[in-house]
Design a protein around this ligand. Sequence first.
Ligand SMILES: *[C@@H]1O[C@H](CO)[C@@H](O)[C@H](O)[C@H]1NC(C)=O
Ligand SMILES: *[C@@H]1O[C@H](CO)[C@@H](O)[C@H](O)[C@H]1NC(C)=O
Ligand SMILES: *[C@@H]1O[C@H](CO)[C@@H](O)[C@H](O)[C@H]1NC(C)=O
Ligand SMILES: *[C@@H]1O[C@H](CO)[C@@H](O)[C@H](O)[C@H]1NC(C)=O
Length: 483
Amino acid sequence: MSSVSLKGLGVLLLLVFLVLCSTFDVCDGRRGKHWRQKKAPASSLAQKKGKGKIGGSHHNGGGGQSSPKPSPKLGPGEGCPVATQAVMFNVLDFGAKGDGVSDDTKAFEAAWAAACKVEASTMVVPAEFQFLVGPISFSGPFCQPNIVFQLDGTIIAPTSSTAWGSGLLQWLEFTKLRGITIQGSGTIEGRGSIWWTGSESDVDPINARLSAKMPQIKPTALRFYGSYNVTVTGITIQNSPQCHLKFDYCEAVQVFNMTISSPGDSPNTDGIHLQNSIDVSIHHTDLGCGDDCISIQTGCSNVYIHNVNCGPGHGISIGGLGKDNTKACVSNITVRDVNMHNTMTGVRIKTWQGGSGSVQSIRFANIKVSEVQTPIIIDQFYCDRRSCKNQTAAVALSSIAYENIKGTFTVKPVHFACSDSMPCSDISLTEVELEPLQEQYHMYEPFCWQVYGELYTPTVPPIFCLQTGKPTSNRIQSDHDSC
Ligand SMILES: *[C@@H]1O[C@H](CO)[C@@H](O)[C@H](O)[C@H]1NC(C)=O
Ligand SMILES: *[C@@H]1O[C@H](CO)[C@@H](O)[C@H](O)[C@H]1NC(C)=O
Ligand SMILES: *[C@@H]1O[C@H](CO)[C@@H](O)[C@H](O)[C@H]1NC(C)=O
Ligand SMILES: *[C@@H]1O[C@H](CO)[C@@H](O)[C@H](O)[C@H]1NC(C)=O
């Protein structure tokens, strides 16, 4: 070989090397295997870090280590250009015990305070440890962007009432961050059963006495607030006292390849709750819980849900919207390729009387239901008390498509109850085929009230009650109602 071509080869190899190293995945994969490996600390960072106090956290966990010994390490992708090296902050290096008994809250706060200062750093919660962590806030807004929370171990919630004070809305909170990823094969275990008992129907005196000590307000296990570019993947969230995963005022959210699990009879344990969030994608996720698998509340638009399993649970719901005469706006929601098994409803829209605003451009497609009580529901008379006042105002519902919804039901195939003053319009059904699970029992017929739209194909069972065309006189909506 001539020296020219050798030199050329050298340049080529160097290029390949640089490209490989600058590819996030390669460095990521490597560091994934070796993050416990000791490396020389990044000099300037390590020195600055030592002085770092716990920033951005508002909680005192009891009993943790008072002087964590921080020793941030560079990822082992030696040879990678410096800019692509992820800095690791392992909670074990900040004094976490991971024995499932010691309170590791302070160690988590310290590790976060360190990770927060470094762009694209990784906070590591290692596998094969169980970390008892109290209510904690991983909060910006002064954190660097694109932090990764690598969860491979298990985080468990405290079950003593003292950890919860007079009641908190969430246990693990991430707020005001830009680019935050929670990934890994780890588990968030809410140990919620202590909170679930003690409802009126519960007559077990021992459980009632235990749960009497827990505050009335039950926490959501994992909540994101006011954040942009949020990813949750790989992990399992289970047995939350209340909702498992909540997004509030978030934008650009990705949830995929994860599991949510709690018993079908655990009260109010929603799977995923979305509120005031836009550009949300949820896919390849298994959701089993005691309430809605996914609940979409006001202020949500551009939500895309697909390839999700739901059950047990109450199905996928938009609402309840418009409670206490509030205005609700929800639009551009797609739910497709979903399996529902043994759920209370399939796809549901529920609004309270007296609300305003609108729900529009909704598509439910390719929904397979089995043993679902009522697969398709619109309820504009939603009321969770014994009775609610009749009111004329309503959240306006329009442009809602049901396509290819098939399987078995146990109570009623379709229930459309729309408002007299604000009938539902542009409701379309295509290839809806719902069979009663057991022919021998009495089943209800499809029900419609004030619902306008079109059947694009015949349905099973036949639906005769849909009105064609547009609602005429009675649809009243003023400017302040529009979204
Ligand atoms: C979103 O987050 C990912 C991962 O943290 C990051 O790589 C990407 O650059 C972010 N995108 C934007 C537009 O900020
Ligand atoms: C899904 O997450 C698990 C960890 O829970 C991981 O092992 C697996 O590789 C992930 N699958 C995909 C397709 O990302
Ligand atoms: C509707 O939402 C999807 C994401 O699910 C988005 O790609 C699309 O642009 C949105 N459509 C409109 C009209 O905003
Ligand atoms: C509301 O209206 C319905 C239907 O007209 C009626 O059956 C019901 O009794 C009314 N409820 C109240 C609380 O007035």
